[in-house]
Ligand binder design. Structure first.
Ligand code: KIV
Length: 267
């Protein structure tokens, strides 16, 4: 029998502000990795639209569809017992109107069983955040570098330095009812001032050490994703090399005839 665990809910996550322990978040896109992250004690699992790049091999996050986010969200939710599961709203699933956003976020919550959704934007999405919260759908906002704005920004990875705009975005998201905000690629001191100005958690990625919590893309921090090495990324593992070594050893063993051996054969 599995031992009972205390599930992290939106109010518990929100209450982490001012606490002693920082919140941890990783992205995961399937049952296998979500289970590993959950059992290792990660507080929140984000089914990020980064799956367009990390899993599907696109060069931006724009192509992933709502149905695909739901498909991956379901797998993650099935694996998780404790962590708060948040599913990203993909590009063009919420920008058209508040009604469109409520309909699509409602599908995510109903069909995946996730705890909350995330969307990109602060002030510009405040009406949408308000509408979702009114429909009882918890929302995390995402400000700073917004990957879905890649066409407007002229590329990903640009540090966002307009402090007043960032403070206004964060304040607008909190006032509209967001329970947390991702801060992406923001100088550490600005991220610290945003965090100090809010009563909801900030989750940083490339935003320094003063945020309430941190998020990284799971495969990036495991060292599975070769070739993506921004300054903020720390690889806590080197799984690409280990996988490569294991697969080469398997190919070699089969080709040489040393596998399967007597220990791995039924007599
Ligand atoms: O899609 C994603 O992985 C994200 C994180 C980088 C925060 O939005």
């Amino acid at each position: 029998m599995q031992t009972p665990v205390k599930k992290l809910t939106v109010p518990l996550f929100r209450a982490a502000v001012g606490g002693e322990r920082r919140l941890t978040m990783l992205t995961a896109y399937d049952y296998l990795w979500a289970g590993i992250f959950d059992q290792a004690g990660v507080d929140s699992i984000l089914v990020g639209d980064s799956l367009a790049m990390v899993v599907q091999g696109h060069s931006t996050t724009l192509p992933v569809t709502l149905d695909q986010m739901i498909y991956h969200g379901e797998m993650v939710v099935r694996a998780v017992r404790r962590a708060l599961v948040i599913v990203d709203m993909p590009f063009m699933s919420y920008q058209v109107s508040v009604k469109q956003a409520i309909r699509n976020a409602g599908r995510i919550i109903k069909e995946t069983g996730a705890d909350a959704v995330k969307l990109e934007g602060g002030a510009i999405q405040s009406e949408t955040i308000r509408g979702l919260v009114r429909a009882d759908i918890p929302v995390m906002a995402h400000i700073g570098m917004r990957p879905q704005a890649v066409r407007q920004l002229g590329g990903m990875g640009k540090i966002q330095r307009h402090e007043q705009q960032l403070l206004d975005d964060a304040r607008a998201a909190e006032d509209a009812g967001a329970f947390g905000i991702v801060l992406e690629l923001i100088p550490e001191d600005i991220a610290g001032r945003i965090t100090a100005s809010l009563s909801i958690p900030t989750i940083g990625i490339g935003a320094g050490q003063h945020c309430t919590g941190q998020v990284l893309v799971g495969p990036d921090m495991l060292g599975l994703n070769q070739g993506f090495r921004p300054k903020f990324l720390k690889q806590f593992g080197h799984l690409r090399e280990q996988a490569d070594t294991a697969v080469r050893a398997y190919v070699d063993a089969v080709q040489q005839g040393s596998f399967p051996d007597a220990d791995h054969s039924h007599q």
